[in-house]
Design a binder for this molecule. Structure first.
Ligand code: AKB
Length: 336
């Protein structure tokens, strides 16, 4: 008999790091982690780690011969800034990798006669505000508004949402008897901030970079203008949202893609917040015009009414609590 497991791809990335810690403590099922990197020493004995790429089909063939995958958290992706340096590589990882995993989940669903849950982190990058005037005029976008991404990463995320909906709701639609289909659920994340890891290759990175640099006593130049506004969220809330959505009973799920939100702020307000706790910090601005354009295309905030109403979402960390109780104490301890 195959062992029933949870699969996490991109497990050594920022969200993966926090989600794996949570699931090791809280899940009844063993956790299989997949990443290009080795598992960190802290988790290596607590998970079944597979080193490899989400684009490697033979790896998934091997995995399903050994394990019955019950839930997939598909976190592996090239983020928005990295993706612009190599859009085709981004497409391969972000789209081809996701398509292969969806196909695998669909065939496993059919095989066992029960949906595999496919939890997918999408992003505010799926939005594309045409100009700053429109961005200001529509500060709280709903899921179906302004879906005109300007980055490869955003386009990849939006298309993968569509693929997930297709595999859940329309797969084999011409068959006389449609098989059981997989259960795709996605969250559009704002910029995430962790006290324990630094992001790499994202465009929202100026927030966490500013904070970590201040804690390390390093000078930092923020690469966007001080009036740049986007939403952010503390990493524990990101993990909470993924697991809450995965656990929500079917009848509560009214759509397959949900916004979530915690707080929005200007780059200058982020700087002020950092200076409150690290008054000696040296934070300047050195604008990177292309990255600025990306941030300008993302909304100020996301309307998460549907997530609140359908599966009881609410963020635990507003701006103040995020810095005071989660970020600052943990970061100080980390760099002491
Ligand atoms: C990025 O900056 O690419 C990510 C995202 C918004 O999904 N943090």
């Amino acid at each position: 008999m195959r062992k029933k497991v949870i699969l996490i791809t991109g497990a050594c990335g920022e969200i993966g790091h926090a989600l794996v810690d949570y699931l090791i403590e809280n899940s009844d099922l063993p956790v299989v982690t997949l990443d290009l990197q080795d598992a960190s020493p802290e988790i290596v004995d607590k998970v079944i780690h597979v080193k490899g790429s989400v684009t490697d089909k033979s790896l998934f063939d091997r995995l399903i011969s050994e394990y019955e995958i019950d839930i997939i958290y598909h976190l592996a992706a090239l983020l928005s800034t990295s993706a612009e340096f190599n859009p085709v590589a981004a497409h391969n990882v972000n789209v081809e990798g996701t398509l292969m995993l969806l196909e695998m989940a669909a065939s496993q669903t059919e095989f066992r006669g029960k949906p595999v849950k496919f939890i997918f982190p999408s992003s505010i990058a799926a939005y594309g505000m045409p100009d700053l005037e429109t961005k200001t005029q529509f500060p709280n976008v709903k899921e179906w508004e302004w879906n005109y991404p300007t980055t490869m990463y955003g386009a990849n995320k939006l298309y993968c949402e569509m693929l997930g909906i297709y595999f859940s709701d329309h797969f084999k639609q011409l068959a006389e008897i449609r098989p059981v289909t997989l259960d795709f659920r996605a969250i559009r994340f704002p910029g995430l901030i962790s006290a324990f890891t630094l992001p790499s290759g994202g465009t929202t990175d100026y927030g966490p970079e500013m904070l970590h640099a201040a804690a390390k006593g390093e000078t930092y130049n923020c690469f966007v203008r001080e009036d740049s506004a986007i939403p952010f969220m503390a990493m524990p809330d990101a993990v909470k949202s993924l697991t809450l959505l995965a656990e929500a009973p079917d009848e509560k799920i009214k759509k397959r893609v949900y916004n979530i939100s915690a707080f929005s702020l200007l780059a200058s307000e982020f700087r002020e917040e950092v200076l409150k706790y690290f008054p000696e910090a040296k934070i300047g601005y050195q604008i990177h015009p292309q990255r600025q354009k990306i941030i300008d295309s993302w909304p100020i905030g996301c309307d998460d009414t549907a997530a609140q109403e359908d599966w009881g979402w609410s963020a635990d960390y507003g701006l103040e609590r995020c810095f005071e109780e989660y970020l600052v104490p943990n970061i100080k301890k980390r760099y002491e």
